[in-house]
Design a protein around this ligand. Structure first.
Ligand SMILES: NC(=O)C1=CN([C@@H]2O[C@H](COP(=O)(O)OP(=O)(O)OC[C@H]3O[C@@H](n4cnc5c(N)ncnc54)[C@H](OP(=O)(O)O)[C@@H]3O)[C@@H](O)[C@H]2O)C=CC1
Ligand SMILES: O=C(O)C1=N[C@H](C(=O)O)C[C@H](O)C1
Length: 256
């Protein structure tokens, strides 16, 4: 039995991970990290700790849905105590992403801004559409619940990277993240990534390709947050036993 450790256990996704792990037979909940006190009930056999080294040593794989600064601390500790990591936290900066890449030299790490099968496929479709629909304007809109802290979503940025790659463009050079005032006409290569926040929207992404006379819009809507927790559990089972390195959700789903 694989022992999973959950980092971010008290969060929206973390709580679902704990529930969903109960229904698994190859993997079970071994340990949870909590910063302060545990504010929910948990099977007494599960190790509850506020010490990251103890979490790492007591787990065969760790699933992380937390905040960028917390993931950074986890990665720093994991370099000292290498353990396979499934990381779903979004909003990481360049330094944190570089840390993640260098940590993956010491352990297998699967990093995915979206753990759903639908978005994994959507990234492939977006790459293909961006390449095929030459000259179409690309615009991305994401919608999430009012509690989400980072913007635009990690998924929207990954989709923007897929679109830019399909056009051989450098996303940093063409990304637009807002429009206001007398900004002039849209430029040919720009890729806009816009964020809307409200209510309890689990996650909705639209990638539009607009031309004179026609447009194509590709949508993905997550209707349940369990899509992410179940996807992360599937990724954790797949990751255990893999060689050190950085893996994507496409690797796990054999969509690469
Ligand atoms: N890749 C994917 O498929 C998905 C990714 N996400 C991403 O996952 C992340 C978490 O989302 P969500 O569950 O909604 O967020 P929540 O805010 O509900 O949960 C965040 C968790 O992180 C913990 N945390 C915060 N700071 C620290 C810290 N310094 N040290 C340790 N733990 C800390 C919190 O602990 P405490 O309870 O003590 O405050 C909490 O348990 C976000 O980045 C989100 O974008 C979300 C859904 C899907
Ligand atoms: O914070 C969320 O809720 C979500 N975050 C991820 C992201 O930033 O892309 C994935 C999902 O859309 C939900």
């Amino acid at each position: 039995m694989i022992r999973a450790g959950v980092f971010g256990a008290g969060g929206r996704v973390g709580k679902l991970l704990i529930e969903d792990l109960h229904n698994e037979n190859e993997i079970s909940l071994g340990a949870v990290y909590v910063r302060n006190e545990l504010n929910f009930s948990i099977d007494p056999s599960v190790l509850v700790t506020n010490d990251m080294a103890t979490l790492l040593k007591g787990s065969d794989v760790i699933i992380d849905f937390s905040l960028p600064e917390a993931t950074q601390l986890l990665l720093e500790q994991a370099i000292e105590h290498p353990t396979p990591l499934v990381i779903g936290t979004t909003g990481m900066d360049v330094h944190q992403m570089n840390l993640l890449k260098s940590a993956s030299e010491s352990m297998p790490i699967l990093y995915a801004t979206n753990m759903s099968l639908g978005v994994a496929l959507l990234n492939k479709l977006v790459h293909m559409a961006a390449k095929t629909l030459e000259g179409f304007d690309i615009e991305i809109v994401e919608q999430h619940h009012r509690h989400k802290k980072d913007a635009p979503s990690g998924t929207a940025l990954t989709l923007a990277h897929s679109a830019a790659a399909g056009r051989n463009l450098d996303l940093d050079a063409v990304r637009v993240s807002g429009r206001n005032g007398n900004i002039g006409e849209r430029t040919k290569d720009e890729i806009a990534v816009m964020a809307l926040r409200g209510g309890d929207i689990v996650g909705r992404h639209t990638v539009g390709f607009y031309n004179d006379g026609e447009f194509v819009e590709l949508h993905h809507t997550a209707t349940s947050r369990n899509t992410f927790s179940k996807g992360a559990i599937r990724a954790a089972k797949w990751l255990v036993g893999k060689p050190n390195g950085l893996y994507s959700i496409q690797d796990c789903l054999e969509l690469a």
